[in-house]
Write a protein of this length. Structure first.
Length: 133
């Protein structure tokens, strides 16, 4: 959390909530949501060792540019030209999976992903999700 606040400054909003461990263990974790004008980041703090984990983040504004000129507001076809064909295509959303071993991988949800949500043919939201073992 300190690293993110040093990098981006104080968040516009910070919320916390307690969640049950997804593996069904009898422990809970703290989730701290940092919201900036251009970015939302949930940080999981494990109760067992207080280790901080970023499981996902959402880019919500063009003021948070990414490598190769990808940002909120660019046309969908620019994303395809820079990154290539998506692994999953829905009407207003493209998903790219990281580290797929082959095209017939049976469990793509078990891979890190980046998803682009579109409105009027342009990027509206960029979401990263990380798989945590």
């Amino acid at each position: 959390i300190e690293y993110l606040q040093n990098r981006y400054g104080p968040p516009r909003e910070m919320k916390t909530n307690i969640v049950r461990n997804p593996l069904g263990l009898a422990v809970t974790n703290l989730v701290v949501w940092l919201t900036y004008d251009f970015l939302q980041i949930p940080i999981i703090i494990r109760s067992s060792d207080h280790h901080q984990i970023i499981a996902s983040y959402d880019v919500t504004s063009p003021s948070c540019p990414l490598p190769y000129g990808i940002k909120v507001g660019v046309p969908a076809e620019y994303v395809r030209r820079v990154i290539g064909s998506p692994d999953q295509i829905d009407p207003n959303r493209w998903v790219y999976y990281a580290n797929l071993d082959c095209e017939d991988d049976m469990f793509p949800e078990e891979h890190d992903t980046v998803a682009f949500t579109f409105a009027d043919g342009a990027v509206k939201l960029i979401s990263w999700k990380y798989v945590i073992d």
